[in-house]
Design a protein around this ligand. Structure first.
Ligand SMILES: [Zn+2]
Length: 310
């Protein structure tokens, strides 16, 4: 498959994968929406249990007071009955004290009972309110779960259709490239980007000139050495302006045309190259005299015989 076709497929796949990963993230995070509602419900239930425990303990306190009251009543009544049969002043005094103590106890227990019964009523009221709140919260949560399920259902439907589109493209692609491509998109949301004026538009780094040229030739799939994205070359208007300026510079532009390696180099580097070329030329111009040429030839022979020995 031509590189340009691969690029086209990767671009199409990129659109699909970006949507797919976005959906997968939404599906993963959707249940978290219920987190605060579930927390609130759990807190309400915990409070309800604590209140119920309190209710039980007050209720048993009230029962205990009832028994104490009955005892005090019995004691008072038996004292009152005894009054009918007293024979001595001493017996009278003892019974009078019994009745007085029992009556005091009765009053004290009644007061305490009233207090506890009032408390019991208050707790009962709170429990009723809590029950209603819990039930409302449970309804809310259940409604949220329903809408969440609908949301998830539509996400999954979309996801499946994206996966079908993905499956139409992926079998044509090199599996190793595909794997790298998917990883980059998961991290950066863009896995294939243009190179413009020798700059990777994914990470905005200036690419090595030689490498930018390789990308421009477009014979292979190349990855940005800085951000790992797949690169394709895109000519720009700016690039034309850039070239034009070198046309003005004359010989420099000519050199750039002849020597693709020098493209993308800055002025200083170009001049250095120019200077190096001149030096080689001047050495050639001077030429070697015949003697030297002979010697060189002899050296060559020696070298080649050395090679044979090896
Ligand atoms: Zn890059």
């Amino acid at each position: 498959m031509a590189t340009t076709d691969i690029f086209e497929k990767l671009k199409k796949l990129q659109t699909i994968l970006v949507k797919k990963y976005d959906l997968e993230k939404k599906i993963e995070e959707a249940p978290k929406q219920l987190g605060s509602q579930e927390e609130l419900l759990a807190r309400m239930k915990k409070e309800y249990i604590e209140k119920s425990t309190e209710y039980d303990s007050v209720k048993s306190e009230v029962l205990k007071l009832k028994l104490e009251l009955e005892e005090a009543e019995k004691s008072r009544e038996s004292g009152e009955k005894g009054m009918d049969n007293i024979q001595t002043h001493r017996e009278y005094e003892a019974l009078e004290k019994q009745i007085k103590d029992a009556t005091e106890k009765e009053n004290e227990v009644r007061r305490e009972m009233q207090k506890q019964e009032k408390l019991l009523e208050d707790i009962k009221e709170t429990l009723k309110i809590n029950e209603d709140m819990i039930s409302a919260q449970e309804n809310d949560l259940s409604a949220s779960k329903d809408s969440l399920n609908k949301e998830l259902e539509s996400y999954n439907k979309e996801l499946n259709s994206l996966k079908r589109s993905e499956d139409k493209i992926t079998p044509d692609l090199d599996q190793e490239i595909l794997f790298k491509f998917q990883r980059i998109i998961q991290r950066n949301s863009e896995g294939i980007v243009a190179v413009k004026n020798g700059v990777c538009t994914g990470c905005h780094m200036i690419l090595p000139a030689q490498f930018a040229n390789t990308v421009r030739e477009g014979e292979n799939i190349n990855f940005c050495p800085y951000c790992s994205r797949i690169l394709f070359y895109e000519e720009t208007d700016e690039e034309e302006v850039y070239d034009f300026s070198f046309d003005q510079a004359g010989s420099l532009a000519d050199l750039a045309d002849d020597d693709p390696d020098s493209e993308g180099l800055d002025e200083e580097e170009r001049e250095e190259r120019l200077y190096d070329d001149d030096e080689i030329e001047s050495e050639e111009d001077e030429g070697l005299d015949e003697e030297e040429e002979d010697e060189e030839g002899a050296d060559d022979e020696e070298e080649s015989s050395d090679d044979e020995e090896d």
